[in-house]
Design a protein around this ligand. Structure first.
Ligand code: AMP
Ligand code: GLY
Length: 429
């Protein structure tokens, strides 16, 4: 089989690594890929949102299956286009991808099908949004409706902060038309987890849990990022809670989307807040998470290519996924200044030394090749990923390897997995 993988980050490097293990795969192309992915796949310089270019490439190279990493091509309707051309592709149609593209739509679907989420109202008029915030008081959460590169959510401690967030999104339009409408919702507290399911329109398989670390600094301080590290499984999600999330979130969403006329195929990613009253959905994504994928796939024993094909072909019924009974941790090594401005082109040393012990893998997120050397080419540069018998073992191996890698102004969090270790070891007799 020939596979076309779309995307360029650490998530796509992990996908390429996993796809390459399938006995059925003979060739992987990645558009556009990065320097790490280039070791496994043939990288082709087509951008992820160049749908025409991707269709032409998949056709002329007779690709048997296309796997989409990022949300943008999905929201642009790549699945509809590929399917229309008779090409097999793994992911949701444009209609189903609205669950990620529009927070207003996602909340309305959740309300309609009784999926537990924060209480909310939606607004297209800033005056009404302001009045609602004043009536409800703080803390309160203001979310721009559309895609805003992860920056469209403001968790506000005061009414003034919320009024400012409404002004930025709806009046000053800092997210463009993504801020034409907003969702204003109740602030929830608890621990977050990411629950992913792969669906075929009717049936689904649920993946083991993961937890992301979104803030840039230790102890969840500083601004939000694309994700500074992750681990899987997330001890906060007990087996019983995972079943509850499957029953109360995944099942009604898959049935609901089918009823809406937009059957969901591909990855349905639920960002969950585990509150004292049970799980509540914070958001849906319609793709694999980054960096969750980097810790979920190393634990997956089942052939992912078969699952993706079954999803695209409506044949997931009766499928299951087997997991390694191990913990997996990923630490993101980031450029100085990230998530703000940063300088690229810094020479990276120590990747081979870090891998030599045989206990970790290194997935590239933002790297390029300059002569024989790797250089930085993004905010998130590398994901160091370790497996262990326990979460503590995985954390130790991962951080030991991180210490061997260097580039100028590199920074990373030192507390990835700390909460999970606390939870697991507290529960020991
Ligand atoms: P989202 O993109 O909707 O997942 O929001 C980004 C982050 O904002 C989440 O990971 C949470 O940390 C936080 N957040 C979103 N919604 C809420 C909420 N209703 N209550 C508290 N925190 C929230
Ligand atoms: N890790 C968050 C996301 O993939 O959106």
């Amino acid at each position: 089989m020939k596979i076309l993988l779309i995307g360029a980050g650490g998530r796509e490097h992990a996908l390429a690594w996993k796809i390459a293990q399938s006995r059925r795969v003979t060739k992987i192309y990645c558009a556009p890929g990065n320097a790490g992915i280039a070791e496994i796949a043939e990288c082709v310089p087509i951008k992820a949102d160049d749908i025409d270019g991707l269709v032409r490439f998949a056709k002329s190279n007779a690709c048997d299956l296309t796997c989409v990493g990022p949300e943008l091509p999905l929201v642009l309707g790549i699945v509809d286009r590929f399917s229309g051309e008779g090409l097999t592709i793994f992911g949701p149609t444009r209609g189903a991808a609205l669950l990620e593209k529009s927070k207003v739509y996602a909340k309305e679907i959740m309300r309609k099908y009784g999926v537990p989420t924060a209480g909310f109202e939606t607004f297209g008029d800033p005056a009404k949004a302001r009045a609602y915030v004043k009536e409800k008081g703080a803390p309160i959460v203001v979310k721009a409706d559309g895609l805003a590169a992860g920056k469209g959510v403001a968790v506000c401690k005061t009414v003034d902060e919320a009024l400012e967030a409404i002004d930025l999104a709806m009046v000053r339009k800092i997210f463009g038309d993504a801020g034409d409408r907003v969702v204003i919702e109740e602030a929830l507290s608890g621990e977050e987890a990411s629950i992913l399911a792969i669906a075929d329109g009717k049936n689904w398989v649920i993946l083991d849990s993961a937890q992301d670390h979104k803030r840039v600094f230790d102890h969840d301080c500083g601004p939000n990022t694309g994700g500074m590290g992750a681990y899987s499984p997330a001890p906060v999600v007990t087996g019983e809670l995972l079943k509850q999330i499957e029953r109360e979130v995944i099942s009604p969403m898959i049935r609901g989307m089918e009823q809406e006329g937009y059957p969901f195929r591909g990855v349905l990613y639920a960002g969950i807040m585990v509150t004292k009253n049970g799980p509540r959905v914070l958001e849906f994504n319609v793709r694999f998470g980054d960096p969750e994928t980097q810790v979920i796939l190393p634990r997956m024993k089942t052939d992912l290519v078969e699952i993706m094909e079954a999803s695209a072909g409506g044949k997931l019924a009766g499928r299951t996924i087997d997991w390694l009974p191990k913990a997996c941790v990923s630490v993101v090594l980031a450029s100085g200044g990230y998530p703000g401005g940063y300088v690229s082109g810094k020479k990276i040393t120590g990747i081979e030394t870090a891998k030599a012990a045989g206990t970790v893998m290194v997935f590239h997120a933002g790297t390029a090749k300059k002569g024989d050397a790797y250089v930085t080419s993004g905010g998130r540069v590398l994901n160091v990923v370790g497996l262990g018998g326990t979460i503590r073992e995985a954390v130790t191996a991962t951080y030991e390897a991180c210490g061997k890698i260097n580039f100028e102004d590199m920074h990373y969090r030192r507390d990835i997995g700390a909460r999970a270790i606390g939870r697991v070891e507290e529960e020991l007799p």
